[in-house]
Design a binder for this molecule. Sequence first.
Ligand code: SF4
Ligand code: SF4
Length: 438
Amino acid sequence: MRRMYSFPRGGFVFEDPYAPRGVSIETAFLPVFSVIPLIQHTGNKAYPIVFIGEYVKEGMLIGRGQGPGSANIHATVPGKVVRMASWKTVDGVVNDALVVRMEGSFERLGKKETVYPWSDLPPSELQRLIAEHGIVELDAGGRPIADILSALNMEKDAITLVIRCVFDDPWLVADRAICEERIKEIVEGGFITAKACDAKNIVYAVSYTEKRLIDNIQKTVKALQNLHSLPTPIAVVPVGNRYPQHNQRELELVLREYEKKENAVLGCLFMTSPSTLSAIHDAVKLHKPILDRYIAVGGSAVKTSKVFKARIGTRLRDLFEQCGGLIAPPARIVIGSPLAGRAVLDLDEPVTKTSYAALALLEKDVGGTVSRSCIDCGECRAICPTGLDPELLYKQLTCGAERPSVLECHGCGCCEVVCPSRLPVSTTIYTAAKESHI
Ligand code: SF4
Ligand code: SF4
């Protein structure tokens, strides 16, 4: 049996009876009105280049990225741009979106795709195609991949591309499903990305329980290496399933351990997800922007949880309806994981490039609502993977005393989930950590 690598302290086995089970994917209905936000990335909003009343084609550029952190935005359905919608997020950021009413025929949907060869393209051309098609990190906040590749060009150490197939959170089921459906595209996307950033190694970090996936990755890598004579060394590293193993910090800890034990040289780690590699594959081989998102939809307020392939711009309301509807008005709507996701204010919020999960929760499942005082049980200290004292930090931050250093907090949410007093521990600490980073 091969060694399994796991981070040293804290965390927990995360199970959620309201997450979708299995990996079968349902195609979401095409939305009559698509709400396509001009911010689906970390930087400035994209500049709209179409007018209200103009007709757009499926996959057409409709918003141009403006500077670092910003990415191009494309129409995901054909139709008429009927208006600009604006709304405020819970953080107070104003987001604008182009609303497209579906009309006319699809350029790509149901058509045979043209395939473009990539193995003779130089890294600069691969980077250009990735930037042109607006590819961002799909599971981690939306930083444009082209920005990451430019930063890696300056790197002096050898680069290792790390592909995170780590399913420590049941709400990552959409990424698990895409591994099932598009493993060939993911593996080839890995080779393309390795070439674009001149990575010397590719490492698949895979949950050790996913034996069939490990086998599939190994077989697909071998087949593609034989077909294209690709030399990049590949390793598959089995890792633990304890949450937050998927996090950058915890994954780096286990890969450094692997490096020591196996006498490997990994150097600088560029971590990315299967869904991002699948999008990179489509941008380079099919000249296709991100039109769909695999997304897990469910939660205690939803009748049946499902995994969808949904068009970017589909409203959450429509996906919940396709799940059989809501059983009661939700107390909270969350995009992303219930532990570390972002709350949204209404059901008209659309699916974006970075939406991997969407939940509607009943009051009983909403943590972090101050209801009692801290009982000094120490649960939050025991579970914090970074070794912080969340109880102390929470008290210091809420009592207005001297501001403690909270930079180590990466917002995993573990301390909040175990708090018997349902205090907003991680919400408070991580908000302060983000403010300290600004
Ligand atoms: S203090 Fe931060 S890092 Fe520690 S458990 Fe809480 S959210 Fe996670
Ligand atoms: S888990 Fe909650 S109640 Fe227990 S020590 Fe931490 S903050 Fe206090």
